[in-house]
Design a protein around this ligand. Structure first.
Ligand code: AMP
Length: 269
């Protein structure tokens, strides 16, 4: 695996790549990321992974500071998987003149996490577009774990980059049901047990929710009783356009964002 810290070296080296798969990450590699790498390796001639903790997408400085960083371990995992290229840029290389405050994203960006994290999705789209300009990938691999991000990126790419394909990949879960996430490293054993119980409640109640045999408020109360500090949102939505369900046969998911102590977790089930 070739590691690039310098943007110009990377651009020169990959300029002739015709079928490059790109997996953007913020590091602290886990099985969710690994499934994306494997998918790209199986579908593309070469795979490039980036590790960059994108400061502008964090709403609170403390979350950025506390974000887990395990670079040495990440590199050894990526080497073992035979990823071709790893790009680890500095802030200055990505934002030589600051971030783009004028980025326009689809209206999905105003819902769910967008409501609670103003500017978050704009910052995500901004950084991915900056990577696109450097890397020029054929395919970009993103996880369904961050479904709203995936939908916003699909929309942005189809509007602005018709030669690039977004590949959405299934959520990978731990044995206890919780979605793999770098933020899980911040959870205690006890908090993980709570997160696992929440996952099970959502899985078990989903069909009753769809049939309106149980309300979201009842589920919310069950979750709060487990020791959750705050629920930002819990909603049943059509996964294809993230609007409220209006037909019986569309694909529903429960979207949830909640806090265990100071750690904010999101999932869609
Ligand atoms: P992150 O490093 O958290 O920014 O995530 C990088 C990419 O991995 C994003 O496209 C995420 O949606 C994806 N991802 C994170 N967790 C999972 C998971 N449990 N299963 C599948 N993809 C994931």
């Amino acid at each position: 695996m070739k590691i690039f810290l310098n943007k110009n070296n990377l651009i020169k080296f990959i300029k002739n790549e015709k079928n490059l798969g790109f997996v953007p990450t913020m590091g602290s590699i886990h099985l969710g990321h690994i499934s994306l790498f494997k998918r790209s390796i199986s579908q593309c001639n070469r795979t490039i992974v980036s590790i960059f903790i994108n400061k502008p997408q964090f709403n609170r400085k403390i979350d950025y500071q506390k974000y887990p960083r395990t670079l040495k371990k990440d590199i050894s995992i990526l080497k073992r998987l035979k990823v071709d290229y790893l790009y680890i840029p500095t802030n200055d290389q990505i934002y030589p003149t600051g971030s783009n405050k004028k980025i326009k994203i689809s209206s999905f960006g105003k819902k769910l996490c967008g409501k609670f994290r103003p500017g978050h999705f704009e910052a995500v789209v901004d950084v991915i577009e900056r990577f696109i300009k450097i890397i020029n990938p054929k395919k970009i691999y993103l996880g369904e774990k961050d479904m709203q991000q995936l939908k916003i990126m699909e929309h942005f790419i189809s509007k602005n980059y018709n030669k690039i394909k977004i590949i959405g990949c299934k959520t990978i879960r731990e044995r206890n049901g919780i979605a793999c996430s770098s933020r899980n490293f911040l959870l205690s054993v006890y908090e993980k047990k709570i997160a696992s119980k929440i996952y099970k409640i959502l899985v078990n109640k989903k069909k009753h929710l769809i049939k309106k045999e149980i309300s979201l408020d009842t589920i919310k109360n069950k979750i709060l009783k487990l020791g959750v500090r705050k629920i930002d949102y819990i909603k049943l939505l059509d996964v294809n356009n993230l609007i409220r369900p209006y037909k019986k046969n569309i694909k529903y998911r429960i979207f949830v964002a909640y806090f265990l102590r100071k750690t904010r977790l999101i999932d869609n089930i």
